[in-house]
Design a protein around this ligand. Structure first.
Ligand SMILES: Nc1ncnc2c1ncn2[C@@H]1O[C@H](COP(=O)(O)OP(=O)(O)OP(=O)(O)O)[C@@H](O)[C@H]1O
Ligand SMILES: [Mg+2]
Length: 253
């Protein structure tokens, strides 16, 4: 078996008496598209924030290429960040710089990319996420929620980093744009050069994106498998997760 690119090992995290992760284990392999599903408040965003060191766990370890992230020195951590992107549930854009500067942020600040190339690349990526390239010079504070979401996604796609993390990438988007985003995420792993972790509530996204679906329930991954296995599963956690979708389909018949 290959070494996982990312490995959560018996991770525990509680906020006072709110136990969020309890002996949480998850392996993600290079080139995979993993989708984490789970009900609201189950700890999906917390998982990826732990991986990005935006939070720290109470106990347990997170390994990247078999190395504990607690032991990374600054240089090793920056190297990891150079090839990793995250689109946040809340977009988390920089409001004091333009759309293009947000999208190409890493290249401007790490590689001094010249403005002409920033503009050219930003315009191309804006089109890919269904935005008008002419908004490149707008300040992000002037954008609508759905536009901000797509600028955040454009920033995650810029340069095709080796690891891309998407937290609720399609929430708040119209269904045609959501489908385009789903396909872009899937495409990122087509040649197996990038690895993606996508957090979602949405089964239609999982259908398009996922090589492997992981359901987070009661602080751990309580079920994992392909979309087809999810549809056919008789275990209680996937059945409970699928129930609203069956009910919705039935109500439309
Ligand atoms: N910084 C924090 N301080 C205290 N509690 C927190 C913090 N971050 C998250 N939580 C709590 O941890 C739990 C899991 O939160 P998380 O944001 O991971 O949920 P989620 O599965 O991403 O939900 P959603 O689908 O609504 O985005 C929630 O009960 C939340 O209130
Ligand atoms: Mg969340």
């Amino acid at each position: 078996m290959n070494t996982p690119l990312i490995s959560f090992k018996n991770v525990n995290l509680a906020f006072n008496d709110n136990i969020v992760l309890k002996d949480f284990n998850l392996d993600v392999f290079k080139g995979e598209s993993v989708v984490i599903l789970g009900e609201s408040g189950s700890g999906k965003s917390v998982c990826v924030k732990l991986l990005m060191k935006l939070l720290s766990q109470d106990s347990g370890d997170i390994l990247i290429n078999n190395r504990n992230i607690k032991k990374f020195n600054r240089k090793q951590w920056l190297e990891f960040l150079k090839d990793t992107s995250m689109s946040f549930q809340s977009s988390a854009l920089f409001d004091s710089i333009s759309v293009a500067e947000n999208i190409m942020f890493r290249n401007i600040y790490l590689n001094n990319m010249p403005p002409k190339i920033v503009s050219k690349n930003a315009r191309r990526i804006l089109k890919e996420v269904h935005l008008d390239p002419n908004i490149e010079n707008n300040m992000t504070s002037t954008l609508s929620g759905g536009m901000r979401k797509r600028v955040g996604l454009a920033r995650a796609f810029a340069d095709n980093p080796k690891l891309m993390i998407f937290d609720e990438p399609t929430s708040g988007l119209d269904s045609a744009t959501a489908q385009t985003i789903n396909k872009l995420i899937k495409k990122a792993t087509d040649n197996r050069e990038s690895t993606t972790i996508t957090i979602s509530h949405d089964l239609t996204s999982a259908l398009v994106i996922a090589d492997r679906i992981c359901i987070l329930h009661n602080g751990k991954i309580s079920w994992q498998g392909s979309f087809k296995q999810l549809l056919n599963s008789k275990s209680s956690v996937p059945l409970a997760f699928m129930k609203p979708y069956h009910d919705m389909i039935k109500s439309k018949l």
